[in-house]
Design a binder for this molecule. Sequence first.
Ligand code: NDP
Ligand code: AKG
Length: 426
Amino acid sequence: MAETTKIKKLSMYDTVMKQFNKTADLIDLNPNIKKILGITNNEIIVHFPVKMDDGKVEVFTGYRVQHNNALGPYKGGLRYHPTIDVEDAKALAMWMTWKTSLAGLPYGGAKGGIKIDPRKYSDAELERITRRLTYALGENIGPEHDIPAPDVNTNAQTMAWIADTYMSTKATSERSQNQHVVTGKPVGTGGLEGRDRATGFGVYFSIKQLVESRDESLKDKTFIVQGFGNVGYWASKFLVEDGAKLLSVQDAHATLFNKDGISVENLYKHSSPRKGSIKGFDGAEEMDPEDFFGLECDIVIPAALGNQITANNAFKIKASIVAEGANGPTDDDGEKILLENGITIIPDILCNSGGVIGSYFEWLQNRNGELWDLDEVMEKLEKKLLKVFKNVQGEVDKSKTDWRTAAYKIAISRIETAYIQRGIFP
Ligand SMILES: NC(=O)C1=CN([C@@H]2O[C@H](COP(=O)(O)OP(=O)(O)OC[C@H]3O[C@@H](n4cnc5c(N)ncnc54)[C@H](OP(=O)(O)O)[C@@H]3O)[C@@H](O)[C@H]2O)C=CC1
Ligand SMILES: O=C(O)CCC(=O)C(=O)O
């Protein structure tokens, strides 16, 4: 059989820059501000040694890219993945700046991580690696300066190790004032009730809003999800609870299909959050990963890595909605094809913003010495998500444009206003 020629994927950085430049032209962004936002403020790369369980020392590479802090401290996740590099971290940091601005939060954007396959290390090694990263980053992070959070392959435990290590570098009397150096911590140690589900809830909520604005309901809508980690699991759980049917799930190890619907809870029990996989689950058939995006369904949710929907597969998508749980899952070429085919993309900076909104609540809770209960958090989260969604929808209707363009216009204009009001560029 003849091999099909694969079209080269754009890098995540190419994609975010194309998105930014397009919006800058559309809104006639002040050229000085365009120069500032078109580059990342700081790119921190650290190499740090850690002793492994067998006594040998390995040297790891960590990144923290701080894109912009015009609206407030840098904010964004830490990713442990073999593919992370400074270019990806730059793109992901820029997306954080747009996301926090769109959500109306007093934050800028950052992202980072460690180039590592965490599956290859024991929990004790991961703890030492995380603590060493924290020391290596030193004052490049801080509760009023740059506040990391969970992302791919990091979780509440990772955040607890960072908080503990960072706080241990402070005088005893100041330690508790530094707890909000990270968000996404375990509830027992300064974490917010509901931060675990906040991103997935936001994905579900934005899909629900879009579907209902078309006078339809989620009942009996079918969906497929790529990635069954924090975001994929919680988004699927909320959607199924509201009557939608999960037809297919893909992770890095397997692609599963069940025409009668996959049980979210059974699949979750089968795959443990970090080292598990959906592979081997007996409630669905395994299928060819190449056929995943082309499945007949109403909604596609990429909730894994960036650059998954490209010119190589976008034309296969039959769903009418792509809800971007992941950051940067659709590259610029893939996006053009989806839009030409009349597919609505709920862009990452809107769709997955529930996570950073939850993080903001946790940060406030810590700063103010408060403890919020789950109902209170979910109520506040829903209210905020609705406001952000309606803002973007209003811009879509007003400008007769796609959702990403509308979201970018709002996000970048807000930052431009902040610079102009300060009078830095009269
Ligand atoms: N956590 C959060 O609060 C937020 C996360 N996001 C974004 O959501 C996405 C997912 O993050 P999160 O759920 O936290 O991460 P997790 O680490 O919890 O889960 C990642 C999931 O993606 C799967 N995956 C990894 N590589 C591939 C691949 N090549 N093909 C298919 N599946 C793959 C993993 O599978 P396996 O287990 O087999 O490796 C796993 O199921 C990321 O893009 C992240 O930036 C956005 C906003 C907030
Ligand atoms: O919760 C946060 O601060 C950021 C989460 C994140 O990394 C993201 O929204 O992509």
